[in-house]
Design a protein around this ligand. Structure first.
Ligand code: ADP
Ligand code: MG
Ligand code: ZN
Length: 477
């Protein structure tokens, strides 16, 4: 029997606000433990939460960017459970009436688009962190993260493979970062994912029993964990067994999932409306105001680049990896008037050097303006493509303008036919044996002569002229 995977993902994204969701404490990562805390986020009795308006604004942004309906009235709930890193004994979240519902993102799989539904997006507070140090006799609690704003994005069970799952995650990640509402750092936990997965016989409508996977800290982990879990469940079903509904942890070192807790231990969260927080009322004006600030989203940008700049989809994908990179490219393409050449330089030389230097595009020592100026120098014949590489290296090292470097180093291309002819004559004179061999039919030697001329002119001779002159002189007797 053939089985089909059914997957739904729950993503938690930390919002890039300066302060926490219900108090004024800083959200900065990596501060001394418990330094960013106050009576509200450490759960002291008698305190009251005050909602951070930015959290609502950012969530509306994400809702709009993913085609969700924004619920004009939405409410807060308490999710009750006991855990040391949850000081109040409950998490403030949204339950019955979330802020956004019924959205989608399109994912590209093998060149075709697949639409994955978004069930809901809701706001909630993060919990603190337990620290278990094997050299210490006790466990510690750091509440710096308690009260940091999160959005949870729940997908419909529309995903049918590990590739689709990762594709969907990458899209969400990309949108969040483009919107500038999440830093997307998976290692620091700003973007986390739980996966629900079941198998059903192909053609059957009813879903099978699912397992929930946790502890995946990279796209690669998600891919591997889903692949493993599909195989594990398939093996169980093929041998006549039943999948147990449970939460399982991905162990990346071993490449397997382990049971964490079963249904018997499943939480009863006893959700109920939070009496300390009133319902949120969102006006149409507010929503429209936010809609106007939405940037062009990555997929739209890619599609526009392909059409507007006539570059391959692959180039467009690389160049839109971040908003800053896309802006940089557009400036080079626009100012140079040569979009494809601009794409080659940005994708090759600029990105290559950035990777080497571990820098972001914002820190590039070569500005888009200077790169465009350099492309102009190639186009108008001032420098050859080969010399341009040398000029670029120098620009990267010194931050100087290309015209300055060309002048200082005397790199202007030699386009004076007389000057090149002199060099060609000298080279032919000095290599008479090769000239004879060439004339006997050893045509491969042409490259040797070109190389000699280039060497003698330190790469500055205009290659077209060199070729033409050599051709003429070698064929003349
Ligand atoms: P819970 O209350 O356990 O979090 P939800 O109904 O909120 O469950 O669903 C969580 C996620 O699991 C959603 O992304 C949903 O699409 C997915 N899901 C629900 N049922 C199944 C199933 N049988 N197989 C795979 N995924 C499922
Ligand atoms: Mg859920
Ligand atoms: Zn606080």
């Amino acid at each position: 029997m053939e089985f089909e995977p059914v997957i739904g993902l729950e993503v938690h994204a930390q919002l890039l606000t300066n302060t926490k969701i219900f108090c004024g404490c800083s959200t900065r990562f990596g501060e001394a433990p418990n330094s960013n805390t106050c009576p509200v986020c450490s759960g002291m009795p008698g305190v009251l939460p005050v909602l951070n308006r930015k959290v609502v604004e950012y969530t509306i942004k994400m809702g709009l960017a993913t085609g969700c309906r924004i619920n004009r009235v939405n409410t807060w709930a308490r999710k009750n459970y006991f855990y040391p890193d949850l000081p109040k004994g409950y998490q403030i979240t949204q339950f019955a009436e979330p802020i956004a519902e019924h959205g989608y993102v399109d994912v590209e799989i093998d060149g075709s688009k697949k639409r994955i539904g978004i069930t809901r997006i809701h706001m909630e507070e993060d919990a603190g962190k337990s620290i278990h140090d094997e050299h210490q006799p006790a466990s510690y609690i750091d509440l710096n993260r308690a009260g940091v704003p999160l959005i949870e994005i729940v997908s419909d069970p529309d995903i049918r493979s590990a590739e689709e799952g990762v594709g969907y995650l990458r899209r969400l990640h990309e949108i969040l970062v483009y919107l500038d509402i999440c830093d997307g750092n998976m290692e620091e936990g700003s973007f986390r994912c739980d996966a629900n997965i079941s198998l059903r016989p192909k053609g059957q409508e009813k879903f099978g029993i699912r397992a929930e996977l946790k502890n995946m800290n990279s796209f690669k982990h998600v891919q591997r964990a889903l692949e493993y879990e599909i195989k594990r469940q398939q093996y169980i079903l093929e041998s006549g067994g039943v999948v147990v509904q449970e939460t399982r942890l991905w162990n990346d070192a071993q490449g397997v999932t382990h049971p964490m807790r079963g249904k018997e231990e499943a939480h009863d969260y006893r959700y109920f409306p939070d009496p300390d927080l009133v319902a949120i009322h969102i006006s149409d004006e507010w929503i429209e105001g936010i809609r106007e600030t939405l940037p062009e989203l990555p997929m739209e940008k890619r599609e526009r680049f392909v059409v507007q700049y006539d570059i391959p989809l692959y180039d467009a994908q690389v160049l839109t990896a971040s908003r800053a990179l896309a802006d940089y490219y557009e400036e080079v393409a626009g100012k140079s008037g040569k979009p494809k050449i601009a794409s080659n330089w940005v994708m090759g030389d600029v990105l290559g050097h950035l990777r080497e230097d571990k820098k972001d595009i914002e820190e590039s020592p070569v500005s888009a303006d200077s790169l465009a100026a350099m492309i102009h120098l190639i186009e108008d014949g001032t420098i050859s493509g080969k010399i341009a590489k040398e000029v670029f290296e120098e620009m990267w090292k010194t931050g100087k303008e290309p015209t300055v470097i060309v002048e200082e180093k005397g790199l202007v291309q030699i386009t004076d036919t007389g000057a090149i002819e002199q060099v060609v004559d000298d080279i032919l004179e000095a290599n008479q044996e090769q000239v004879e061999a060439y004339r006997q039919g050893k045509e491969k030697l042409f490259g040797f002569f070109v190389g000699q001329v280039m060497k003698a002119t330190r790469g500055k001779a205009n290659p077209k002229l060199v070729n033409a002159l050599l051709n003429r002189k070698l064929s003349a007797r």
